[in-house]
Design a protein around this ligand. Structure first.
Ligand code: ZN
Ligand code: ZN
Length: 286
């Protein structure tokens, strides 16, 4: 691994976690959504100061990063989420995903992936699942995992969202999609937990080895601000009340257990700790 990418690799006991950035985009209208949902203004400059690379512009607008993770445990490699894909992805300012290049830089080939874990079925998390040119799953050795309720949510919409038709439904037709529910181990030392609200079947991963722990939070935590203020609503959460309850519980659990966090939409690589400074909880990037 070269020096430039060294910080993309971390270890949880005997488990290796590799951040695989799919790119970043400046969202002009953000982070207004969080403020609109709550009259109490957010002190964005304090978050921008502590999280360089996560904000841009005079109003500390959101620079959304989109990072996938590879979890290597017990000789198995699990890819967590699949980015925006080849793009251009209109909701991220026309972003074209970079996951294949990030994987190559990390020495990971598509056939190395034994499992693809999808935290949820939003378009910025499933873009590289299926190779439309070849008409085949992009990761030829992988089983793909999604929560049963996210399948029902998106497959049941009328019309079915285009990204779901292109990148999730074909996995089912190819016979490589496993629908999960409940809490369960998906790989050695890696446990899927239900963290609903953002979508009905949203899942996060707890990685544990030799007393060390880390949570891949998916879209439960979309800005370092939510580590400090998990009770704030997040505009795109489908079920706001459930999402806030999930977010508060997850942040409290992470802090109580002393786990680290791997967050897809924080500045890359997205690894950090939850720390207390003068009584206030903060995300401290590693
Ligand atoms: Zn999402
Ligand atoms: Zn997302």
């Amino acid at each position: 691994m070269s020096g430039a990418s060294a910080s993309r690799v971390t270890h949880v006991g005997e488990i290796t976690v590799v951040a695989l950035p799919d790119g970043a985009a400046d969202l002009p209208g953000w982070p207004m959504a969080a403020e609109l949902a709550n009259n109490d203004p957010v002190d964005w400059p304090s978050y921008a100061e502590r999280n360089p690379g996560g904000f841009h512009g005079p109003e500390h607008q959101w620079r959304i990063h989109n990072t996938c993770f590879a979890v290597i445990s017990g000789g198995e490699t699990t890819l967590v989420d699949c980015g925006v894909g080849a793009g251009p992805y209109p909701w991220y300012a026309g972003l074209r995903g970079e996951l294949p290049a990030s994987m190559a830089a990390a020495g990971l080939a598509p056939e190395d992936i034994g499992r693809v874990f999808l935290t949820h079925a939003h378009p910025d998390h499933v873009g590289w699942t299926f190779d439309e040119e070849r008409g085949a799953p992009r990761f030829p050795s992988a089983r793909y995992v999604l929560h049963r309720r996210d399948w029902a949510e998106f497959a049941g919409r009328s019309p079915v969202p285009k990204h779901f038709t292109r990148f999730v439904a074909p996995l089912e037709r190819a016979g490589v999609l496993d629908l999960l529910d409940g809490e369960r181990d998906v790989a050695p030392g890696v446990t899927a937990i239900e963290t609903p609200g953002h979508t009905p079947g949203h899942m996060s991963l707890i990685i544990r080895s030799r007393g060390d722990g880390m949570v891949i939070s998916g879209d439960v935590l979309n800005s370092p601000m939510y580590v400090s203020e998990p009770g704030r609503p997040f505009g795109p959460d489908l079920d706001q009340e459930t999402a806030v309850r999930t977010r508060v519980a997850l942040v409290e659990r992470i802090e109580a257990e002393g786990w680290r966090v791997a967050a897809a939409h924080f500045p890359e690589p997205g690894f950090g700790a939850v720390v207390r400074v003068e009584g206030k909880r903060w995300f401290a990037a590693l």
